[in-house]
Every structure is written in structure tokens, then in C-alpha cells.
Unconditional design. Structure first.
Length: 188
């Protein structure tokens, strides 16, 4: 099921596309947009987003190399990371598509009908690209939470091992204390 946030973004994108389609009904406005300034604006929006997405992708790939996790935990981590990397890949494909539309506007700027549709689509895609920063930021926050969970898991594993060594090394514990340690060892 679509989240309400995504539905709101979709409706807002349609409104922006329709408004820009109406705005570009005059060919002079299209000519004003389809200059080098348009390429600079498109590059100024898309280039930082691509760079940010690429850096997030590399951070997730480095996270797979973390140590101190058993095979089950590493498997869970790799599945979570692959989901995030797939989302980042989709955003990067979207940025390439947006750059292609910006380039097509430069190619078809003399054909008024195509240029009007492409100009409106370009404005809508740049709006979506700006909104995609929110999604990338959410992924970045998830990365921080995932790193924290890994650190917590490492510390828990170290504490369990220390308790097991203590339990095995010293038999002066009462049955109640041994039961507590065994219960803590089974708790994940």
C-alpha cells in the first residue's frame, strides 16, 4: 500500500507538471528555459544528489565488512543493505533519466509541441529530484541506525562471551546465579 506521503508527492508533482505545462504555452518561455541556464540548473540539482547517493552506496558496501557478527546476523545485515543499495540504485537511474530529459529538451527546443512537454516534464522531474533528497536523507539516517545496531550487537556479544568465561571459570556461583547467566546467554 502506498504511503500517504508518496501519494501527496505524486499529486504535488502532477500539479507542478500541469502548472508548468500551462506556463510554457508561450514559445518565448520555452526558449528562455531551454538555454544553458537550464543545463546549469539541472546539473546544479542532479550532480550533488548523484554524489550523495553514490557516497551512501559506498558507505553501505563498506558496512558489509564489519566484524564481530555471526553468520545469521551477517546474513540479515546483507539483506538489509541490499534493499538500501537497490533503493539508491533506483534513485540514480532516475537522475540519469532526468538528465536525459534535460538533454532532449536541448535537442527538441525548436519543435514547440515537444519542447512544451519536455519543459514541463523537466520541471516536474527536477521537483521530484529535490524531493528525493528527503528519501536519501532517510536512507542516511537508517545507515546511522544500522551502524549503531552493529556496535550494540558487538558489545552484547562481547558481554555474553565475558559472562560465559566467568561462568565456566568459576564454579562458586549458586544455582540461581547460573540460571540467570544461562537465561541471559539464551536471550537475543
Amino acid at each position: 500500500m502506498l504511503k500517504l506521503n508518496n501519494v501527496f508527492r505524486f499529486i504535488l508533482t502532477i500539479i507542478i507538471f500541469s502548472g508548468s505545462f500551462y506556463y510554457f504555452s508561450e514559445p518565448e518561455r520555452i526558449n528562455n528555459l531551454s538555454g544553458w541556464l537550464h543545463l546549469i540548473i539541472g546539473g546544479g540539482v542532479l550532480t550533488p544528489l548523484v554524489t550523495y547517493a553514490w557516497s551512501l552506496k559506498s558507505k553501505f558496501e563498506k558496512l558489509l565488512e564489519s566484524e564481530g557478527l555471526n553468520s545469521v546476523q551477517t546474513d540479515r545485515l546483507s539483506r538489509s543493505i541490499s534493499v538500501f543499495i537497490r533503493k539508491i540504485g533506483y534513485w540514480m537511474l532516475f537522475y540519469v533519466f532526468s538528465a536525459g530529459v534535460i538533454f532532449l529538451l536541448q535537442v527538441f527546443k525548436d519543435d514547440v509541441e515537444y519542447a512544451r512537454y519536455l519543459a514541463s516534464l523537466t520541471i516536474a522531474l527536477l521537483f521530484i529530484a529535490v524531493l528525493s533528497f528527503i528519501s536519501l536523507r532517510d536512507i542516511d539516517i537508517s545507515l546511522s541506525e544500522l551502524k549503531a545496531a552493529i556496535i550494540i550487537r558487538r558489545k552484547k556479544n562481547a558481554e555474553k562471551e565475558a559472562l560465559l568465561k566467568l561462568l565456566n571459570a568459576d564454579d562458586k556461583f549458586s544455582d540461581k546465579e547460573k540460571e540467570y547467566f544461562n537465561h541471559y546467554n539464551k536471550d537475543e
